[in-house]
Design a protein around this ligand. Structure first.
Ligand SMILES: Nc1ncnc2c1ncn2[C@@H]1O[C@H](COP(=O)(O)OP(=O)(O)OP(=O)(O)O)[C@@H](O)[C@H]1O
Ligand SMILES: [Mg+2]
Length: 243
């Protein structure tokens, strides 16, 4: 962990429909080596924030600074080549393609990267995918598909991984696996910015967290401190309770 800020948003404003701002000026910081979690109610703009960072939505105002360079309004392709990968909340695999083919697509943006060595590393990290490499991703369980999506995003060896609700809809057993994998990925030096509804669990493993509500920052701080903040627990974590 260092104090180097890899990614920062400043007063980020974005939306889909003219004159309706979903993000009303969001400030966020991601430092090298951190896991940072964004939590908040449905419709808060969490996914919108990740989409804007990845260039899928053009901000209306504010800055997105990646390693000191403003990338707001930049193209997804270029942002991806700058070392950022993104796993969307939904539809994050190509269902008719096999596991192997899904992974291959992960390196398209990065010519010259050693795809087969990366794939081998992914099969080592996700042994379940190795056994199923010829299986169409659409025939796999939700947890397995999430692994495919994460592996594909890791194929180009990103510095920053954006994860939108990686544990959503998974059985408790797979939720455990996914959180373990996030820790493992971070252990390999990848900086992680994730959105999670499984807020207690996610904040407990996060260096820092942000609570977003109605497109604005509400609370921020070290993951553990947010968990222990009674206002955060009451409003955003479903009342009091141990981590
Ligand atoms: N493509 C779109 N077109 C128009 N409005 C959209 C679009 N995507 C999202 N929105 C609206 O933007 C708001 C924020 O959505 P967003 O998906 O960012 O919320 P979220 O915090 O990720 O919620 P959830 O916890 O349900 O995933 C919602 O009111 C949603 O209806
Ligand atoms: Mg969302």
């Amino acid at each position: 962990m260092s104090d180097e800020v890899l990614l920062r948003t400043e007063g980020l404003v974005a939306g889909y429909v003219p004159e309706v701002d979903i993000l009303g000026g969001v400030d966020l910081e991601l430092r090298a080596g951190e896991v940072v979690t964004i939590v908040g109610p449905n419709g808060a703009g969490k996914s919108t924030l990740l989409k804007a960072v990845f260039g899928l939505l053009k901000p209306r105002a504010g800055r997105i600074v990646l390693r000191g360079r403003d990338i707001a309004g930049g193209r997804t392709h270029d942002i991806s080549r700058s070392g950022v990968s993104y796993v969307p909340q939904l539809s994050n695999v190509f269902p008719s393609l096999t596991v192997e083919e899904n992974l291959d697509l992960g390196t398209l943006a990065r010519r010259g990267s050693d795809a087969s060595a990366r794939a081998a590393a992914m099969y080592e990290m996700f042994p379940r995918l190795a056994e199923r490499r010829r299986q169409p991703a659409g025939t796999m369980s939700g947890g397995e598909r999430q692994m495919v999506a994460m592996a594909r995003a890791l194929m180009p060896a990103p510095e920053i991984l954006l994860l939108d609700e990686p544990s959503a809809g998974l059985s408790p057993q797979f939720v455990d696996v996914i959180f373990e994998k996030v820790a493992e990925i971070n252990g390999h030096g990848v900086t992680v910015l994730m959105v999670e509804q499984n807020a207690r669990r996610a904040l407990a493993m996060s260096a820092r967290g942000y609570v977003l509500d109605l497109g604005r920052n509400r609370f921020e701080g070290p993951g553990r401190e947010l968990l222990e903040d009674p206002r955060v627990a009451q409003l955003y974590l479903g009342g009091r309770g141990g981590g």
